[in-house]
Design a protein around this ligand. Structure first.
Ligand code: ZN
Length: 106
């Protein structure tokens, strides 16, 4: 195939288009994953191989970062007593379980 072969020209355009498509979906999937608190590198690879399927999966996935934050918030406000299982509200100055008196080492 020479430089003036029209087929070579079309092939180049198709290859460039596919490369741009794969890299843009990989980038978008990774970026979206990063925003939602998922592994951006892993999802970038998924985006590269699965294109829009990976992009939509991340797009409709729940916000991992947000749910994790919510969990920490609940854990911070209450301390579970290991002796009686009573949930003690975390307050300044409270170091012992209000039910059994176990040291909670807050
Ligand atoms: Zn207790």
């Amino acid at each position: 195939m020479g430089m003036h072969d029209p087929f070579a020209g079309y092939l180049t355009v198709i290859v460039i288009t596919l490369v741009i498509y794969y890299f843009s979906t990989a980038f978008l999937t990774g970026w979206l994953a990063e925003k939602k608190g998922y592994n951006s590198v892993l999802w970038g690879i998924f985006g590269f191989f699965f294109g829009f399927i990976a992009l939509l999966t991340v797009g409709f996935a729940p916000n991992y970062f947000g749910s994790k934050k919510e969990e920490i918030k609940v854990n911070e406000s209450e301390v579970l007593c290991g002796t009686c299982g009573n949930k003690v509200k975390r307050q300044a100055g409270i170091k012992f379980c209000s039910t059994c008196g176990t040291n909670l080492s807050i």
